[in-house]
Structure formats: structure tokens, C-alpha cells
Design a protein around this ligand. Structure first.
Ligand code: ATP
Ligand code: MG
Ligand code: MG
Ligand code: MG
Length: 467
């Protein structure tokens, strides 16, 4: 049985042998893109290569890209711990053609890798194509010899990718693995597709059009972008449908059991998963220069950290625990990502400081929450209470939601936002400012929208090539 480190290596070597340049993962903080919170797909560092703005000395590349999906368009934060296939941090394996090979070669390579190198049984595989993409349908039939009913036509945006409102776009084809009928879920396009039985392992994007304000044109040299979750393919190859049962996570969860002193019972399961998932996200973000703060990227990091820390508290951990897990993670992933090794001290110090700070507030905050549940009518916590937890005790909204989730309760989000707006209005009123009303407004609007100055700061720093 191959471990995740070997599976990554096999992927990169396969594409290297097939003429691809192996490109190291870019930072989780996207360069030259202040609109994007975190790198969330393998193609992100190549955006300008696809549009032609940037030239590279190669036209085929492969990478294992660090990704975080905990905010913005792709937000999998709430899924973590509760589905078997979502992480906040994961590695996306990909191969890319910049105006070089196209659909036929992309499908051939993908099929060879999964059925020959990884030796997956063909009968467990199902693919989807965009409903209008007859070319892809025919190619799957020809190359993979799949029967018609295993090439599912999908009409939704899941099978049509675009970079933005304008720019390159095109149909996608996704490869699903059927983990078997002992697991709930149905094939893509069916009402049960959200289950964990048919798991999407690989997405092939065929960039063949350019969307402009006036319409859609054929790209003269179409491109390929693919993404496969390392943890998902590792699960398949290790005979489980559950990403949290792969070698990497088994060791992280064992470490979490050890430092918290809480056994891996059914009741504790989600917490250990959240802790080990969030540990990875936090450590990698810190290694890429993000530090916890109340704004922008730093705030997302803080939310992830505090959520993990609340779960450690729920497990009954008496001491600070997160920093104690860092060495296990670095042992698992430090060879593939040496930035983790370099940042070891910083990761540990940051986790320790944040956990110490949060612990001071946690108990009081949780008491307030419990007390307000005593005389709660209905299933919704008032927005002002959630805001008070946020404002006074440093509980991000999603942490409160997560705490209530187990009790089948929710938060009045509108009320929370109203309380937040009121506080901002008070801050505005109290701030004498520069005396220039127009520019003060601009400042507050920018802060509301992007939440930071730090945002641009990190990107500019990266653009200078500093680590
Ligand atoms: P899903 O439908 O399962 O949420 P997706 O369609 O959002 O996946 P893509 O954007 O197509 O995913 O990303 C390419 C691949 O990255 C997926 O096929 C999957 O293997 C992997 N992947 C996506 N999101 C996650 C996640 N949150 N955790 C782990 N792997 C992921
Ligand atoms: Mg998704
Ligand atoms: Mg999908
Ligand atoms: Mg997909």
C-alpha cells in the first residue's frame, strides 16, 4: 500500500516522463491577485500563463499545489469533520498544457495514470462531461472504452469552468470513483450525489473558449488544466472512502488523541478530524507568512485556529495542545514542503500564543453561550448574543455556529450583521478622522469590503520575490 508521499511522487514522475516540467507548489498567498483570499486550485499560479500575459520556458507543467478552501467562492470549512472528502487545506495534483496538447491527450494521460500506474479497476470509474461536449463523450468511449451509461452528461456549472466573467473558459470532465453500495450516495447528476459513495477524484478542464463582453470565441490554442485531490486518490488507493483514514491523517489523529488524552470514540471523531485538518491549514498558512489578526487573511487563519482550539477544549484537553502537534505534521509533510521545516519555530510559537490567548476567553465565552441557551425560545440564538461572543470573547461567528450545530441550533445571522453594522456606525461616529468625509468613507468601505491593508501587503511582498 502506498503512502500519500509516494502517491504524490508517482503522479509528478508520470507527468515528468510525459514531457511535463515539475513546478514546485506556489505560496498559499496568491501573488499578483489581491482579489483572491488563498490559492485554491493548482491553476492559480499559472493564471497569467493561460491568458498569455506571462511566458514560461515550457508549455506543459505538473505540480502538487497547496490549496486552502476556507473563505471566498470555494469555502469547505463547514464540511470539515462532517464529510469524508473535504479539507480546508489539501494538495491538488495537476497537469497543465499551455496551448500545447488538448482533450485527447489529456484524457489519455489521465486514464493511463489511474488505470495503469495507480491500477484502479475500470469498472469502479464513472466520468461526467458537459452536456454539449460530444467530443469529450466520444473520446472517453474511444480511449477508456467506457459504456455510454458511465459517461454522464451534466448541464450545470459543475461541468463548465470559467476564470471570471471574462477570460478563458470551457467544459470540464470529472472522474468519479465508486466506493461501493455499503456507503450512502449516488452517481453524479443523481439526487444522492452529495453522499460519499461516488467521490469526485479528478477534474479535467478543457479551456477552449475566451469569454469577452460581447460573446464567446474559440481560443486559437486551447489549454488544459486538471486537478486531483491527493487525499482523495490516496483514500481510494488505501482502500477507504474516507480521506481521514489515509496514512497522513491516521498519524495526525493519533497525535491528537495523545496530546488531548481523549480516545477516538464516535463522539470524539469529528473533533479529532477538525483538529488534524485545521492543524495542517494553520501550519501551512503560517509558513507562507500569514499571521493571525482581525482582518483579511489573518482573520481567516484566526477563525480556523480558534475552531480547532475549541474542539481541543471540547475533548477535555487541559493544556495548550496545537503546538505539540506541529512536529508530527512536519515529520509527515516536511520533506515534500521544506517551508514547514524552516518555519517550525514560528508555527509552534504562533499556535502557542494564539491558544493561550483564546483559552483565557474560551471558558467565559462558552459559559455565556450556555447561559443564553437556558432561556432560549425556538432554535435560533439572537444575533446580539453571537455578536457579543465575537466582540468580547473573540468567538468568530462560525465557531458559535459550530458549537450550536451539535445542539441543532442556529444563529440569527441578520441580527449578527445588524449588531456588527451598529458597532461600525458607532466607531465611525466616534472617529473624528481626517476631517475629509469623502476619504473617510472610502477608507471604511474598503475596510468593510476587503477587511485589510495587510491583504495588499502580502501580495506586494511576494511580488518582490521574498519568502
Ligand atoms: P467537490 O464537488 O467534491 O466539492 P470540487 O468540484 O469543488 O469537489 P474542484 O474544484 O473540481 O473540486 O477541484 C479539483 C479536485 O480537488 C477535486 O476533484 C477533488 O479531488 C479535490 N478537492 C476539491 N475540494 C477539496 C477539498 N475541500 N478537500 C479535499 N480535496 C478537494
Ligand atoms: Mg467543492
Ligand atoms: Mg464537484
Ligand atoms: Mg470538480
Amino acid at each position: 500500500m502506498s503512502g500519500a508521499n509516494d502517491i504524490r511522487k508517482t503522479f509528478l514522475e508520470f507527468f515528468k516522463h510525459n514531457g511535463h516540467e515539475v513546478v514546485p507548489s506556489a505560496s498559499l498567498v496568491p501573488i499578483n491577485d489581491p482579489t483572491l483570499m488563498f490559492t485554491n486550485a493548482g491553476m492559480v499560479p499559472f493564471k497569467n500563463v493561460f491568458t498569455g500575459i506571462e511566458k514560461r520556458p515550457y508549455s506543459q507543467a505538473t505540480s502538487s499545489q497547496k490549496c486552502v478552501r476556507a473563505g471566498g467562492k470555494h469555502n469547505d470549512l463547514d464540511n470539515v469533520g462532517y464529510t469524508a472528502r473535504h479539507h480546508t487545506f489539501f494538495e491538488m495534483l495537476g497537469n497543465f498544457s499551455f496551448g500545447d496538447y488538448f482533450k485527447e491527450q489529456a484524457i489519455t494521460l489521465a486514464w493511463d495514470l489511474i488505470t495503469k500506474e495507480y491500477a484502479l479497476p475500470k469498472e469502479k470509474l464513472t466520468v461526467t462531461v458537459f452536456h454539449e461536449d460530444d467530443e469529450a463523450f466520444t473520446l472517453w468511449k474511444k480511449i477508456a472504452g467506457l459504456p455510454d451509461e458511465k459517461i454522464i452528461r451534466i448541464a450545470t456549472a459543475d461541468n463548465f469552468w470559467s476564470m471570471g466573467d471574462t477570460g478563458p473558459c470551457g467544459p470540464c470532465s470529472e472522474i468519479f470513483f465508486d466506493h461501493g453500495d455499503h456507503i450512502w450516495g449516488g452517481p453524479p447528476g443523481s439526487p444522492e450525489e452529495d453522499g460519499d459513495r461516488f467521490v469526485e477524484i479528478w477534474n479535467l478542464v478543457f479551456m477552449q473558449y475566451e469569454q469577452t463582453a460581447s460573446g464567446r470565441n474559440d481560443l486559437p490554442r486551447p489549454s488544459i488544466d486538471t486537478g486531483m485531490g491527493l487525499e482523495r486518490i490516496a483514500a481510494v488507493l488505501q482502500g477507504t472512502n474516507d480521506n481521514y483514514e489515509i496514512d497522513t491523517f491516521k498519524r495526525l489523529i493519533a497525535a491528537s488523541v495523545e496530546v488531548t488524552g481523549a480516545a477516538e470514540t464516535t463522539q470524539n471523531r469529528a473533533s479529532h478530524r477538525v483538529i488534524s485538518d485545521h492543524l495542517r491549514a494553520c501550519s501551512f498558512l503560517i509558513a507562507d507568512g500569514v499571521s493571525p489578526s482581525n482582518e483579511g487573511r489573518g482573520y481567516v487563519l484566526r477563525r480556523i485556529m480558534r475552531r480547532a482550539m475549541r474542539h481541543a477544549h471540547m475533548l477535555g484537553a487541559k493544556d495548550l495542545v496545537m503546538y505539540k502537534l506541529a512536529p508530527t505534521l512536519i515529520g509527515e509533510m516536511g520533506q515534500a514542503y521544506p517551508e514547514l521545516v524552516r518555519a517550525k519555530k514560528l508555527i509552534e510559537e504562533t499556535l502557542k500564543l494564539e491558544e493561550a490567548r483564546f483559552r483565557q476567553m474560551l471558558e467565559k465565552g462558552l459559559n455565556l453561550l450556555e447561559n443564553s441557551l437556558v432561556d432560549l425560545n425556538g432554535d435560533t440564538l439572537p444575533g446580539e448574543t453571537a455578536f457579543k461572543l465575537y466582540d468580547t470573547y473573540g468567538f468568530p461567528l462560525d465557531l458559535t455556529q459550530d458549537a450550536l450545530r451539535e445542539k441543532k441550533l442556529k444563529v440569527d445571522i441578520d441580527g449578527f450583521n445588524r449588531a456588527m453594522d451598529e458597532q461600525k456606525a458607532k466607531a465611525r461616529a466616534a472617529w473624528s478622522g481626517s476631517g475629509d468625509a469623502a476619504s473617510d468613507d472610502v477608507w471604511f468601505n474598503i475596510q468593510d469590503k476587503f477587511g485589510s491593508t495587510e491583504f495588499i501587503g502580502y501580495s506586494t511582498e511576494r511580488a518582490d520575490g521574498k519568502i
